[in-house]
Ligand binder design. Structure first.
Ligand code: EPU
Length: 441
């Protein structure tokens, strides 16, 4: 198969304005929520991303009608009469996406059965689905392993339960919400994730007719209702993409205005950005991020679930920290294996060492298990060009930032994966004055 790679002639500050649309980690979930009713739902601010396309194909494979106006960013979904497709079709369409597991609740309600293929996603840890399966079983689902994946049935429908998550998992919280809204009785979910993308999903479900209360202690109460209706909603902006471009401005000593970025969702990021020495200005519908000149400052960072510093901001921020004066320490507490991308940075001249100890204020789940989940970054180190292979979505974008910051011509391979989370990234790079060229062998 032909490989697409990018020639990047770096060392030039990125300057200009780009637009960030709806969040990759929200839009597919709102699309799945549309299956909870036969009525039409309309979602706005939908970006053109691979995960959106995969979810649309999965919805169609289950019998739904999906129309997407890419330029306007408007997606309309009419589930009509749902059906369970052939498992091989689900497997082919799903590819490396982790979205299929969230179809379970709506399908168990609509059809009494669901199928989950073997799941993919970025290789940033083992990424188990035990919390999801345990929630579904608590609600009364029965699982049956097949060669191609897992078949689930709910012979007596789904019943509400008290659910406690051992860790505030984003996906398992969404799983519980999507199963509980139409389940019989009241679900009390403790230990829930409360990321802005989850609050936006709750907003969608409330528009559909659900009864959901979010307490301040990570407890969510869901009173099951007997039917839901179609919704109209505008997706919240992608705060991970916004943070990634902000880091690109810092690492390349540039100045990028991110239209669509929303301050309220990025408070923690903005604090860290300011501590490192980056500057930002919050405007009506944008945030402008820039490097003010002079030296950046090293800092300690610990990733965490919301309202902490997101794990998905960690990788682009590490690239910027290679340009900060002194020693920065980053403790990754969400995924056990998210520093693989630092090898390529070291190849480009960075000084980053990874450790299995918890180098932060708290002991996390990974400290006793020998996972290299802490990084020490000694800076500033000028970066030089290299030939690098993109490892995963966020690591890949970070490699791209490093190549843009580095002097000389780099080759970045496997860039297609970046389309999973960064809409029109090639156009945006050009709009920011990057000297990049796509080459297909
Ligand atoms: N976990 C379990 N068991 C489970 C589920 C999760 O042990 O059944 C663990 C995971 O292994 C991980 C931690 O819990 O160590 C957190 O995982 P979570 O379930 O919160 O992650 P997710 O729902 O699979 C979403 C985003 C990720 C983002 C995380 C954390 C989507 C499609 N993905 O994943 O986004 O990093 O939440 O915020 O929403 C990305 O955008 O690049 C990305 C990886």
């Amino acid at each position: 198969m032909a490989e697409t790679k990018l020639k990047v002639r770096g060392g030039k500050p990125l300057r200009g304005e780009i637009l960030v649309r709806g969040a990759k980690n929200f839009v597919p979930k709102a699309m799945v929520a549309a299956l909870l009713t036969a009525e039409t739902s309309v979602l706005r601010n939908v970006p053109l991303l691979r995960d959106v396309d995969v979810t649309a194909q999965l919805l169609r494979a289950h019998g739904a009608q999906v129309d997407y106006d890419q330029d306007a960013g408007v997606l309309s979904i009419t589930p009509g009469t749902l059906r369970l497709p052939d498992p091989n079709r689900v497997n082919t369409v799903a590819g490396s996406s982790r979205i299929p597991i969230l179809f379970c609740g709506p399908l168990l309600h609509a059809l009494g059965e669901a199928f989950i293929p073997d799941l993919g996603g970025c290789h940033i840890g083992s990424r188990p689905v035990d919390f999801h399966l345990s929630v579904l079983e608590d609600f009364g689902a029965v699982r049956n392993a097949q060669d191609t994946g897992l078949h689930l049935t709910a012979p007596r429908g789904l019943r509400a339960r008290k659910v406690h998550l051992p860790y505030p998992s984003v996906g398992a919280t969404e799983q519980t919400l999507l199963a509980a809204v139409l389940a019989r009785g009241v679900t009390e979910l403790s230990g829930a994730a409360v990321e802005p993308e989850i609050i936006d999903l709750i907003a969608v479900l409330q528009k559909m007719g659900a009864l959901i209360t979010v307490d301040t202690d990570r407890t969510i109460h869901i009173e099951g209702v007997s039917e839901l209706h179609g919704y109209r909603h505008t997706a919240l902006p992608d705060r991970i993409e916004a943070g990634s471009w902000a880091c690109a401005a810092l690492a390349t000593r540039g100045d990028i205005t991110v239209r669509g970025a929303r301050q309220a969702d990025m408070m923690n990021f903005l604090n860290i950005y300011r501590k490192v020495g980056g500057q930002f200005e919050v405007c009506d519908d944008a945030i402008r991020f820039w490097h003010p000149g002079g030296a950046l400052r090293s800092i300690p960072i610990e990733t965490d679930v919301h309202p902490g510093f997101m794990t998905d901001w960690q990788q682009p921020m590490v690239v910027a920290l290679t340009q900060a004066e002194g020693v920065s320490v980053v403790h990754e507490t969400v995924y056990e294996n998210r520093f693989g991308f630092t090898e390529a940075l070291n190849q480009m001249g960075a000084h980053i060492q990874v450790y299995s100890e918890c180098l932060g204020s708290k002991k996390c789940r990974f400290g006793r298990e020998n996972f290299f989940h802490s990084a020490v970054i000694q800076g500033p180190t000028p970066l030089h060009a290299a030939d690098i292979e993109v490892p995963d979505l966020r690591g890949g974008f970070s490699h791209l930032i490093a190549a843009l910051a580095a002097e000389g011509e780099s080759t970045v391979r496997g860039i297609d994966i970046i389309n999973r989370g960064y809409e029109h990234f090639m156009h945006k790079l050009s709009a920011l004055g990057a000297d990049v060229e796509k080459i297909t062998d």
